[in-house]
Design a protein around this ligand. Structure first.
Ligand SMILES: Cc1ncc(COP(=O)(O)O)c(C=O)c1O
Ligand SMILES: N[C@@H](CCOP(=O)(O)O)C(=O)O
Length: 462
């Protein structure tokens, strides 16, 4: 299996090379040169298998020769051993035809753990074989950062620097990033928003002297391995609902478009997904774009679903690549236009996007109301991001196809908003009960690329 850049000017790589490379050297994002397809029989045979077995079958064609079967099975088993639910990603019913896929039973209580725990293991094995070390720099609006620190803390061959927007993550998210005491993980509170953090990471990748000097790697959804690991739970959930003999739709609380892009990949692999519904909060650039208004940046407005406070949605580039018929030149041109504020999507590409994706936007009041009404009607306490998804799913459901909404984080990560909406204070799981007593270690830093690079170079273990 080979991986190619959405902008067409970077070398073709194998799975492990693409994973360790992160951003392509032409500024684009790696995608599989060909998306593998499963037959109906192969999909049907996944029913009743463990999550780990489904992960093996789904990941194997993407991994190719980069890891042998014994290595891959061991990696998958270690990745999910620490999850707090035997099913890993359990489905619960909210009402007739509407189900919730709980993706928050991992070590940091968000869906990011599914991919991050896996790539933590993949990195370890790959770096050991190559006898190399890397510097991971990541941007987070709260959840990627804590998941990355958890997956990579204490590893010899990796230093991790996580940039998060100062004052714009929840207190639990901040403490999850600032309290690990392992010397190889570093939390950097940047004076800016998530888009500033993500832009800084991409600029570091585009500065080849810095990139090669520190041997830069990325674990944001820039990294194709991250996105592919998220394909697995579309398969595990769909087969448990009757796929391939039944179509399923998904609603996905969306920010950087990685999670829903994983759903797009699952659909291309033959999973009978009917609609993929993008649910946004008031930072609704994706909803506006999918409604035909072009992709034009606005200001990021802080919300009660802070992990989705994103304007430049990194993986939308991958969706555009397919919508433009894999025309890398067209994608490169659009990304050039984005630097000056945005672009309009051609009619053909818009039709291709709308053939797969629907979208909806949810206000702050509606998010609070969705938390309250879902608790009353089903007993499920939602985090604000999942509530955005549930609200859009309820609005968008027009067919008899079952709808699965992805519950992307545990309510205890956002206790203030959840309590405000429902009157219920969601407790942290017992293993994290002392989070507020642990000492914090964080560096406050300006939104200044030079200062960030200097800080990182000065704190890498040699
Ligand atoms: C809790 C939560 N929900 C939803 C999202 C949006 O996911 P994506 O960025 O993959 O669109 C994020 C951030 O990634 C998140 O942390
Ligand atoms: N919401 C994310 C933003 C980064 O997304 P990623 O999927 O590209 O890592 C977060 O929680 O950090």
């Amino acid at each position: 299996m080979k991986y190619i850049s959405t902008r067409g000017q970077a070398p073709e790589l194998t799975f492990d090379e693409a994973m360790l490379t992160g951003l392509a050297r032409d500024g684009g994002l790696y995608v599989p040169a060909e998306i593998p397809m499963f037959t109906s029989d192969e999909i049907a045979a996944m029913a009743g298998q463990t999550y780990e077995e489904v992960a093996f079958r789904v990941m194997k064609p993407f991994v190719g020769d980069s890891f042998d079967d014994v290595e891959l099975r061991g990696i998958i088993d270690r990745a999910y051993a620490g999850f707090g639910h035997a099913a890993r990603a359990p489905l619960v019913q909210l009402n007739e035809g509407h189900f919730l896929l709980e993706l928050f039973h991992g070590p940091t209580l968000a869906f990011k753990d599914f991919a991050m725990q896996l790539i933590g293991q993949l990195f370890q094995v790959a770096l050991k074989k190559r006898n190399e070390r890397v510097t991971i720099v990541g941007a987070t609006s709260g959840d990627t950062g804590s998941a990355a620190m958890e997956a990579f803390k204490g590893l010899d061959a990796v230093d991790v620097f996580i940039l998060y927007p100062h004052g714009r993550v929840s207190e639990v998210q901040r403490r999850q990033m600032s309290t690990p005491q392992e010397a190889n993980v570093h939390a950097l509170a940047v004076d800016g928003d998530f888009d500033d953090c993500q832009a800084a990471v991409k600029e570091m990748f585009n500065d080849f002297e810095f990139r090669d000097g520190v041997r830069l790697a990325g674990v944001n959804s820039i990294n194709i391995a991250r996105v592919l690991a998220q394909v697995v739970y579309y398969f595990s959930s769909a087969v448990s609902m009757g796929a391939p003999h039944r179509k399923i739709s998904y609603t996905v609380p969306t920010g950087n478009f990685g999670d829903i892009f994983a759903g797009f990949v699952a659909k291309q692999m033959g999973l009978p997904i009917d609609r993929l519904v993008v649910a946004t909060n008031q930072n609704d650039i994706l909803h506006r774009c999918l409604s035909g208004q072009g992709y034009h940046k606005g200001d990021t407005i802080p919300s009660i679903s802070p992990s989705m406070d994103i304007q430049v949605s990194s993986n939308f580039e991958r969706a555009l690549y397919y919508a433009y018929g894999q025309d890398a030149g067209a994608v490169a041109q659009l990304m050039e236009e984005l630097k000056s504020g945005g672009f309009d999507v051609s009619q053909g590409a818009m039709e291709a996007l709308q053939e797969v994706f629907d979208s909806g936007r949810v206000s702050e009041e509606e998010t609070l109301a969705a938390i309250k009404s879902t608790l009353a009607s089903s007993g499920e306490l939602l985090c604000p991001h999942s509530a955005v998804g549930v609200k859009v799913a309820e609005d968008e459901r027009v067919s008899t196809t079952p709808m699965i909404t992805l519950a992307t984080a545990h309510p205890a990560k956002f206790p203030a908003a959840v309590e405000d909406a429902s009157g219920v204070h969601p407790p942290l799981p017992p293993r994290m009960a002392d989070l507020y007593d642990r000492s914090e270690r964080v560096t406050r830093i300006g939104n200044d690329l030079g200062a960030l690079k200097t800080h990182i170079k000065g704190h890498i273990a040699t």
